[in-house]
Structure formats: structure tokens, C-alpha cells
Design a protein around this ligand. Structure first.
Ligand SMILES: [Zn+2]
Length: 255
């Protein structure tokens, strides 16, 4: 977080301060303003074994970020780029090579992978901009898509960031085949009845109905006490058919 905030200040106070962030430009500016005397280059190519990689040229201070051009989802490639920059900023003293695949980019148990993911989402979606531009919005799949478009980030990364920053009682649930994969909620959100890996979507929720009916998206609607027996909520759905069949549910508690 500290490194991401430092680069954010550099970009906002002394750089172009435009978003979506131009990562290549940021790297050039950041290196000029640092004590680091080496080199950091970026190469895009076709690689078999990873989505992104940070590697040191043996016995030198020359580093290269390799990005796999086969990743068709450009938002995912951007996030991977920021993730590799995170390894460079925070971890380059630990190893000479960091390879990232789908598994490591989604590994929230490994400390350094989590740190690189936190770095990436804080860098691409800075708190001050998110608060300035989105603090007043209702939490639903339309606003989620707006945030994703504003910062050119995946919906999952956008939701994690928004929910983590929000002062309202909001939550985000990722599910597949009617079962929760993971969930995230703001500090002020109450207990949520289906939140952990393997939980079944609540029987009275629109999320379950939408899943059973094969709907592709739903507008925000009142789901009563489906998610918490004492607090009612509005919820809306979005289905990601491009990925692995994930269903995203935005929940905003009312009252
Ligand atoms: Zn990594």
C-alpha cells in the first residue's frame, strides 16, 4: 500500500494525473525520480508458461517485465502489468524471478502475491479518485461496470476495491453454479448468510432465482431479508460468460 501510494502521489502531483493510468509512463517517471540506478524494461510477447513475469538479467541491475500477448482480455493484462510492477517495487530484493499464472494472480493466501495484488489495485484505482467520483453512487452492477470502465480494471478487482473503501453497508459475492466462490463486504455491512467458499446462494435471493432462470443480468431489486435476517437489501446480478461462468452479485443493505 505504501509503495502504491507513493507512486500515486508521484503520478498525481508531478505526473500527468490521468486515469486510466498509463503504467509504462509511470514506470519511466518513477525510475527517474528514484535512487534506483538500474533498468526496468517491458516486453510483450507470446509465452507458454505465464501471464506475466518479472526477471533480473543475471548479476546485473537490469530487470524486465514480460507480458503475455496471448491474454486477450486487456484489462487482465493491465492488472498483471501492475502486479509485476508491484513485485519490482516491493520484492526485487527477495528473488531474481517472479512468474505469474492465473493461480498466483488469484492467490490470496500467499503473502507476496497478495501484496502484489493489493499494490496493483491501489495503484490502478486510487482511494481519493474512487471516493471523489463514486462515493455517492448506489451499489449495483451498473455502477460496478462504470468503475471498471473508468479505471480499465476487471469487475472483480473493481468490486474488491470499492467495497473495501465504502463507508456504506455493501457487499459483493462471486458465485458459480449457485455456490459462493468468494465474497467481500464493507466494514459497516452486517453478517451475510452466504459469504464463504462453498456456501449455497440463499433460497430467497434474486441471485439464486437469476442463476436458476439463466438470466444474464438483473436490475437492482429488493431481496428482503434473504442475505441477513434483520437487514433488508437490494441486489443486482451480472453474469460473466467470457470467463468461467461467474455470477457477480452486488448487495446494498438498506435501513
Ligand atoms: Zn506475482
Amino acid at each position: 500500500m505504501k509503495e502504491a501510494n507513493r507512486l500515486t502521489r508521484l503520478w498525481q502531483d508531478h505526473g500527468p494525473n490521468t486515469y486510466p493510468l498509463d503504467i509504462s509512463k509511470l514506470i519511466d517517471g518513477a525510475l527517474q525520480n528514484s535512487d534506483f540506478g538500474g533498468e526496468l524494461k517491458t516486453k510483450i510477447g507470446s509465452y507458454d508458461s505465464f501471464e506475466g513475469c518479472l526477471v533480473r538479467t543475471k548479476n546485473t541491475d537490469k530487470w524486465t517485465i514480460l507480458l503475455n500477448s496471448e491474454i486477450e482480455n486487456k484489462r487482465r493484462q493491465r492488472f498483471t502489468y501492475a502486479h509485476e510492477l508491484g513485485h519490482f517495487m516491493c520484492h526485487r530484493g527477495l528473488r531474481d524471478r517472479f512468474e505469474d499464472s492465473d493461480d498466483t494472480l488469484n492467490d490470496f493466501r500467499d503473502k507476496i502475491e497478495t501484496e502484489a495484488n493489493v499494490f496493483a489495485s491501489w495503484l490502478l484505482m486510487p482511494a481519493n479518485l474512487l471516493r471523489d467520483e463514486f462515493s455517492g453512487i448506489g451499489w449495483n452492477t451498473d455502477s460496478l461496470c462504470e468503475i471498471g470502465n473508468r479505471f480499465e480494471c476487471s469487475l472483480q478487482a473493481s468490486a474488491l476495491r470499492f467495497v473495501g473503501l465504502s463507508s456504506k453497508p455493501v457487499a459483493f459475492i462471486v458465485s458459480r453454479d449457485g455456490m459462493v466462490v468468494w465474497g467481500s463486504k464493507s466494514k459497516s455491512a452486517p453478517y451475510i448468510s452466504a459469504f464463504c467458499f462453498g456456501d449455497e446462494l440463499p433460497k430467497a435471493s434474486h441471485a439464486l432465482t437469476a442463476h436458476l432462470n439463466g438470466e444474464s443480468c438483473t436490475l437492482p431489486q429488493d431481496s428482503g431479508f434473504a442475505w441477513n435476517e434483520f437487514r433488508s437489501a437490494n441486489e443486482s446480478q451480472y453474469f460473466d460468460y467470457s470467463g468461467r461462468g461467474y455470477q457477480y452479485t452486488c448487495i446494498e443493505f438498506v435501513g
